[in-house]
Design a protein around this ligand. Structure first.
Ligand SMILES: NC(=O)c1ccc[n+]([C@@H]2O[C@H](COP(=O)([O-])OP(=O)(O)OC[C@H]3O[C@@H](n4cnc5c(N)ncnc54)[C@H](OP(=O)(O)O)[C@@H]3O)[C@@H](O)[C@H]2O)c1
Length: 321
């Protein structure tokens, strides 16, 4: 009896935290009955009343990490009262997710009813069967809103600083294990009627994410300085993902980048010039290796009606001439 009460009480507290966050995010009045409608299928295995009530804008986020949480925040603002579920690899961040209004569960767990919107934005690094994870995500989509997978621009078969847009052919299967996994995952999504958003390198100022942080920590790098890098701010990747989902396209591949490719040297010169970092980058010492590609996504922008908030990495740092 004591154990039963303790489980019930823990779930009630967790439910209250979801409610208070949702109230704060939506600024709408909630009743106790609406609290009960926010069904939580926690990793405890206990299904709360209402977990099976799916509304038309409910969203399942597989991999609510940095990008997924931004998507959740924006989605909750745009769709007050909807439920946002988040499936993770571990329970490590479940309380953080609950705090921002995401109903957490472990990957592989089935949600009691399929969701109208599903975004898969977990990286491949912690999966033994990435295409299989996409298959599970597809099976949790009810086919109505959108199913979107965040893939990588690494799949465009282009190099030597040539221009690369949505029409550029994809790398063939067999080029390497990393690209093969992504290609197979994309195929699962496209066959299910979902869409793919191939993202350039992601960066943000809030946490240590982005190529520039990695290079700054190293101080110096044995890579050629003129290799071209394509990027997009995490906020812009989230707003583009949402804009795509809201259009409900089927079986399409979109491209997410800021249209301002920069060389490694240009990126780190801007970092040094910005005065926003404690240390200075010393330099790139390499002389060979591939030259990269120059990404351009005007077709995606026109189709979706989207523009980035951060037009370039240098403007983001405030050092554009
Ligand atoms: N970083 C880049 O430059 C870049 C470039 C192109 C594309 N992308 C893609 O952009 C997306 C978002 O990246 P991000 O940096 O936001 O990712 P992230 O922060 O590293 O995402 C981590 C989240 O994914 C969960 N997770 C990991 N593997 C999972 C799995 N197999 N199934 C379910 N959940 C899983 C983690 O669970 P825990 O809470 O248990 O840790 C955590 O919630 C990814 O699809 C990535 O491949 C990234």
């Amino acid at each position: 009896r004591v154990a039963d009460f303790s489980t019930w009480f823990t779930l009630l507290i967790s439910r209250c935290r979801v409610l208070s966050t949702t109230m704060r995010a939506t600024k709408l009045p909630f009743t106790f009955s609406s609290l009960l409608l926010l069904g939580v299928s926690q990793d405890t295995g206990v299904t709360m009343p209402g977990a099976d009530i799916v509304t038309q804008n409910d969203l399942l986020i597989v991999g609510p990490g940095v990008l997924g949480r931004l998507v959740a925040e924006k989605w909750l603002k745009e769709h007050p009262g909807c439920k946002v579920f988040g499936q993770t690899a571990s329970t490590d961040h479940h309380s953080e997710l609950t705090d921002i209004g995401i109903i957490p569960s472990l990957k592989g767990s089935t949600i009691s009813q399929k969701a109208p919107y599903v975004i898969f934005c977990a990286p491949p690094s912690r999966s033994d069967d990435y295409p299989g994870d996409l298959r599970v995500a597809a099976s949790n989509w009810n086919g109505e809103g959108s199913f979107l997978f965040t893939s990588s621009t690494a799949l465009y078969d282009c190099s030597d600083n040539r221009l690369c847009n949505e029409d550029c052919p994809s790398i063939p299967v067999g080029r390497g294990p990393r690209t093969d996994v992504l290609l197979r995952a994309e195929n699962v999504v496209l066959e299910a009627g979902g869409c793919v958003l191939r993202l350039a390198g992601l960066y943000t100022h809030k946490i240590d994410r982005g190529a520039h942080y990695f290079w700054l920590r190293k101080g110096t790098l044995d890579s050629r300085p003129d290799h071209i890098i394509n990027q997009i701010h995490y906020e812009d990747a989230a707003s583009l993902a949402i804009a795509i989902m809201k259009k409900r396209p089927r079986g399409r591949i979109f491209l997410g980048c800021d249209n301002k490719p920069l060389s490694r040297k240009e990126i780190m010169d801007a970092v040094n010039k910005s005065g926003k970092f404690d240390t200075k980058f010393q330099g790139f010492t390499g002389t060979d290796g591939p030259l990269g590609k120059r990404m351009e996504n005007s077709k995606t922008r026109a189709d979706i009606g989207w523009e980035p908030q951060y037009p370039s990495f240098t403007e983001f740092l405030g050092v554009d001439s």
